[in-house]
Design a binder for this molecule. Structure first.
Ligand code: SF4
Length: 347
């Protein structure tokens, strides 16, 4: 492990170089959505008056083979938009997502099929993400057919093998069922199987257990962890629940209004957060210990409107440590105590 140099304007990079191959290199990624205007407004306004929701607003990070990165933050912080952009379900407004050496914005038509084979997403809702008219076999067979696997026997073997991997054993008992004939946990296992049946290199799991009973969450999380290790997948795990991120992820990134404000090894970020927003977020996590690790910061008020972000640090209207400098200048990211942090207190 050696020290890494910052590339200019980089927002988030690791302090230590990880020797594993990089699967995803994200550079200054922005995803801005234009705000719809009324007809009269659109006639009156000039092009430069167009407003945007800045869902992702300058994110840089790398994801290595076999690494799981947790994205945490309040609702609307941009974590799901970021994740969808990484698997090309949203288009970037600017910046780059380099996947296996290629910018994914240049991936078109034929190549898109290959990209879909390598980058998969598991959604939050196992009830909505499966087609109720498809049996489990059809659900898992469809991506294999799209990817050009011709042999029926070969496809069936792959499906059976994947169902067994996700714990639906014996697979023959499940293969001809329909989603309504399965429990919520079994359906989420099928959703995971569908993502993995084509052997991707990169997996995004967006709140994969939040719709499930507490009693089966642990088994799904263990399953995801085991599969990520076994298949050496690079993965992004999104959750607003930091205890789940702590359980699953090697590294954790805390997002606030489209930016990563703190990122580092999960245990460091969660046990000893240093950014005022991370501290407030961690303080809000219920814990059996009173005031764990001295955290006692309350998060006041609502996040500002992402269409009209405040000048300076975007967290300043809610930050108990805000100074005049915070109201005027955006903080530049820096390294502190082995993690990346974006706050004037550490510059
Ligand atoms: Fe708070 Fe200032 Fe740091 Fe922003 S830059 S988090 S307002 S102390």
């Amino acid at each position: 492990m050696e020290k890494m140099s910052l590339h200019e304007d980089s927002v988030v990079k690791e302090t230590l170089v990880d020797e594993r191959p990089t699967v995803l290199d994200i550079k200054e990624l922005k995803v801005h959505f234009p705000v719809n205007q009324g007809f009269i407004e659109s006639l009156a306004n000039k092009k430069e008056d167009q407003k945007y929701v800045k869902a992702v607003d300058g994110v840089s990070l790398t994801i290595k083979e076999g690494e799981t990165i947790g994205l945490a933050g309040e609702s609307g912080c941009g974590k799901t938009t970021l994740a969808k952009t990484l698997v090309k379900l949203e288009e970037a407004s600017s910046g780059q997502v380099i996947f296996n050496g290629k910018d994914i914005k240049d991936i078109k038509s034929k190549e898109l099929k290959n990209f879909r084979k390598e980058a998969q997403m598991v959604f939050q809702d196992p009830f909505e993400s499966l087609n109720p008219r498809f049996s489990i076999r059809q659900t898992l067979e469809e991506p294999l057919i799209i990817q050009g696997m011709k042999g029926k026997k070969e496809r069936r073997e792959r499906i059976v093998d994947t169902l067994e991997k996700v714990g639906l054993r014996p697979a023959e008992n499940f293969i001809d069922r329909y989603p309504h004939q399965m429990s919520g946990g079994q359906r989420q296992r099928v959703a995971i199987a569908r993502a993995l049946v084509i052997k991707p290199k990169f997996l995004v799991a967006d709140e994969p257990v939040s719709m499930l009973d507490v009693s089966i969450r642990a088994s799904i999380l263990n399953l995801l962890q085991d599969l990520v290790k076994e298949l050496n997948l690079a993965s992004v795990y999104i959750s607003h629940d930091l205890s789940l991120i702590r359980y699953v992820c090697d590294k954790t990134a805390i997002m606030y209004l489209g930016r990563i404000v703190e990122m580092g090894p999960t245990e460091d970020v969660i046990r000893n957060p240093i950014h005022p927003y991370s501290k407030a977020l961690l303080s809000a996590v219920p814990s059996p210990e009173p005031n764990p690790d001295g955290l006692n910061v309350s998060l006041e008020g609502e996040a500002p409107n992402p269409i009209d972000l405040p000048k300076g640090c975007r967290f300043h209207p809610r930050c108990p440590s805000a100074t005049q400098a915070c109201r005027e200048n955006e903080p530049k990211g820096t390294y502190h105590e082995g993690r990346w942090v974006e706050c004037h207190l550490f510059e």
